[in-house]
Design a protein around this ligand. Structure first.
Ligand SMILES: Cc1ncc(COP(=O)(O)OP(=O)(O)O)c(N)n1
Ligand SMILES: Cc1nc(C(=O)O)sc1CCOP(=O)(O)O
Ligand SMILES: [Mg+2]
Length: 232
């Protein structure tokens, strides 16, 4: 699937019926530096990102929860908000009435069938998959377990030191061609990759440092969103 909007039921808190993953910010507090993650989320949302994943590998549960509540105010009605790894934080934010749309998990996180049961049928569920065996396992899942896949790394990146072997654009395209699920390209992605990755079947570009480390994150987000539309 090469489209950019994932139709994923209707969420309890937003009434949204589709999620656009085409320009997908993954936050990285190290790249954000003294500006802080919320400043980056605010700027990137103004710049036109369509989805934001809050990724906090070292935050406390309370700290992450409070970040989600504040990010939900910034992204409401503008971008889908996804929580990395922490299903408990997603559920807590929802219970507090925050507009948070889903969860992204990887192969070492909670099993996706369980996550789907926990977050309900309407929330967005993303899964990392970057080998043929992982793609086969996804194909064997019950329908509507996973809404999209994060596939990477495209090239080496310092944002995820434990990243797998780079796939390159061709490797990404070969994997994406084996699944009907939308595949978001991630890992070392920059605006220069937009045309080749879109041609290779990407449903979107997920970036951390390209926006979080940019001198002007709003302009970087705007450039990515514009490049994606121009590459249609
Ligand atoms: C969009 C997207 N794709 C892949 C990942 C990586 O998830 P995971 O493998 O669980 O690694 P961590 O991000 O948890 O370090 C992602 N977060 N987002
Ligand atoms: C969080 C993450 N997951 C990846 C994967 O391939 O699963 S790569 C990655 C980091 C992406 O950051 P940057 O855009 O700075 O390279
Ligand atoms: Mg994870």
């Amino acid at each position: 699937m090469t489209g950019t909007t994932v139709t994923s039921g209707t969420t309890g808190t937003t009434g949204m019926t589709g999620f656009d993953l085409s320009t997908y910010l993954v936050t990285d507090s190290a790249s954000a530096g003294s500006r802080g993650v919320l400043d980056i989320v605010r700027a990137a949302t103004s710049g036109g990102v369509t989805a934001v994943q809050l990724r906090e590998k070292n935050a406390s549960a309370r700290g992450f929860y409070e970040l989600v509540l504040r990010a939900a105010e910034l992204t409401a009605g503008r971008a889908a908000l996804i929580v990395n790894d922490r299903v408990d934080v997603f559920l807590a934010a929802r219970a507090a009435g925050a507009r948070v749309d889903g969860v992204h998990v990887g192969q070492s996180d909670l099993p996706v069938t369980l996550v789907r049961r926990l977050i309900g049928p309407a929330a967005i569920l993303g899964l990392t998959a970057n080998t043929p065996a992982q793609l086969r396992a996804v194909a064997a899942l019950p329908d509507r377990t996973v809404d999209y896949l994060g596939v990477g790394v495209i090239r080496a990146t310092r944002t995820k030191p434990d990243h797998p072997e780079p796939l390159g654009t061709a490797g990404f395209g070969a994997l994406a061609a084996t699944t009907p699920l939308p595949c978001v390209a991630i890992g070392g992605v920059t605006v220069a990759d937009t045309v080749p990755l879109r041609r290779a079947g990407a449903a979107g570009l997920a970036v951390a440092s390209a926006v979080c480390a940019a001198e002007d994150p709003q302009a970087a987000a705007r450039e990515l969103a514009h490049a994606w539309r121009a590459a249609a």
